[in-house]
Design a protein around this ligand. Structure first.
Ligand code: GUN
Length: 293
């Protein structure tokens, strides 16, 4: 079987150019500039790089973005008061706090402080609850991007077996809800799962978000499955000039010949996450505007 690559990079480019840019332009004609604020705490290289990507994509779509940077020593109270300011600023339509945060800051407290209407990451209890109940809301970006990639591959989830590996609040749990809402039968796996291979053996779709480089190999994948790889890791390589390369949670070279569709790393889920963030920002901007008309 020759795998088809679902290029998140190409789909995201298409969304930026053909959908978001057009809609942003329409809003700008009404003197409304969709505006996203990113809070970045500390000096983590990976976070800085993700945030830079978000800024770049936002600029391409014509969405205003601003990064508010703070040192790792900032107190929880200071972050909370920054969020209050943003919540009260009617010219800001979306805010995200780049995770992870330093240990002395409670992620739950910080996320809970964001006004649900500006929560373009879809991480607040209010939005997560609405997702759980199947209500229209701001849906977290990686799961939203994954669902779009599945749609593009032509995968109809109804009655299909989906195995999700990883139970995080930002990927595993919400994507399992979204798949169930499309009538899939979802199996959740994690670090304590016994006999993972058995759980994968009848999977039509496998979503891997464990955070371990090349965790899944070809012999674990049923022939013809659709594989979504959420991981991204910088590992040493003697084949590149830099001495490093990016790999996912799936051993791509080993798995590729067995699957019907697969997302690459880099250029798969990552760009779709950002496209979804910008879609959410636009959704938020429009909602705020219509609530005033
Ligand atoms: N850190 C890793 N992924 C994400 C994400 O989707 N949003 C935020 N805010 N932080 C992250």
């Amino acid at each position: 079987m020759t795998a088809k690559i679902i290029s998140g990079r190409e789909v995201a480019e298409h969304i930026l150019e053909k959908e978001l840019s057009v809609k942003v332009k329409e809003l700008k004609e009404k003197n409304i500039v969709p505006n996203l604020v990113v809070i970045l705490v500390g000096e983590m290289k990976a976070s800085a790089s993700y945030v830079a990507q978000k800024e770049k994509f936002a600029a391409k779509a014509g969405i205003k973005s601003e990064v508010r940077r703070f040192t790792a020593e900032i107190s929880e109270e200071e972050i909370l008061s920054e969020i209050d300011k943003i919540n009260n600023d009617s010219l800001i339509h979306g805010v995200i706090v780049q995770l992870p945060l330093p240990d002395h800051i409670s992620v739950a407290k910080v996320l809970n402080r964001i006004h649900p209407s500006k929560d373009v990451d879809g991480f607040t209890p209010n939005n997560v609850g609405k997702l759980f109940l199947g209500e229209d809301t701001l849906v977290s970006c990686t799961p939203k991007g994954i669902m779009q990639m599945l749609r593009i591959s032509g995968t109809d989830l109804s009655g299909k077996n989906v195995t999700v590996i990883g139970r995080s609040n930002i990927v595993g749990k919400p994507v399992s809800i979204l798949c169930q809402s499309q009538n899939a039968t979802v199996t959740m796996c994690h670090s304590r799962t016994k006999d993972l291979n058995h759980k994968l053996s009848d999977a039509d779709v496998i979503i891997v978000a464990v955070g371990v480089p090349k965790f899944i190999s070809g012999d674990q994948i049923p022939e013809g499955a659709v594989v979504i790889d959420v991981g991204i890791h910088r590992v040493k390589s003697n084949k590149t000039k830099s001495g490093y390369k990016l790999v996912g949670d799936v051993n791509f070279d080993d798995v590729e010949s067995k699957v019907s569709y697969i997302t690459p790393v880099p250029g798969g889920v990552g760009p779709m996450t950002i496209a979804s963030l910008l879609r959410n920002t636009l959704f938020s901007a429009k909602k705020i505007i219509y609530s005033h008309t």
